[in-house]
Design a protein around this ligand. Sequence first.
Ligand SMILES: [Zn+2]
Length: 286
Amino acid sequence: MSRLQYGKIALLISILILLVSCMEKKSNGLNTESEKIHIAVTLDPFAGFVQAVAGDDAEVSVVFPPNVSPHNFDPTPQTLMDVAECDLYFRTGDVFQLESVLMDKLSLMNEQLKTKDCSVGIDIIPHNTHYWLIPANAKIIVNNISEALIQNFPDREEIFETNTKKYLSELDKLDAEIIEKLSDLRTRTIIVYHPAWTYFAREYNLNEIAIEKHGKSPTPNDLKDLINLAKEQNIKAVFTEPQFESAHARTIADQIDAELVSINPLTENYIKNLSEAAEKIAKYGK
Ligand SMILES: [Zn+2]
């Protein structure tokens, strides 16, 4: 063997050693990270529910960012790849049509993807996705999440059960608080831009009137009727959401001399958010 050949072999060996040590480092890294469960959800409030049950054990990816309207948004390929690799994906369910499109893509990317439908056991209002916006349904969702987490990660059962129990009792408190806040209202009619509060209205005996119907802007006649009704009932607020442009809501608010008030159906801090929404509805309904 020539000196040159020895040199080449030595170089090859050192490259091999380097490669092996890099691979070891990588697999070590993955081992420590795999302690965290990787969960994916479609919408932000569900991330909050997962976090409430799993605590620090879970890292949660959300498909739709909180400040866009999930009714017309395409998740990025990066997000889809991240979600396709998760340990368990909590679905909003078939009532959310865009999610079904998403599921087709995800199951092509990962045939083994484990999913759980959070809407199981909930009395769904046809074509209305926003079922999480009452504590009674949040309790069903949290139980569904808890059940699936325990089934998939039985070694953490105890911690999941403790966390679930605690959160369910907080949801009971929230429900009582909302009932209290919404007692003695002058009017039980609320005008909203987008019909996100239909479940909330049904649960707490309110009359929700939406400016936008089935994703469509109101006709001039619809607007006229709405303005008449608002004047009749002396409505003092038109509720909008941060995810929507609110030109129509502004028009109505101006014409009936009401305020434009934002309430958010999509935040991770569910309890605080729903309590604030009830507070605002109460304030303008008194
Ligand atoms: Zn919506």
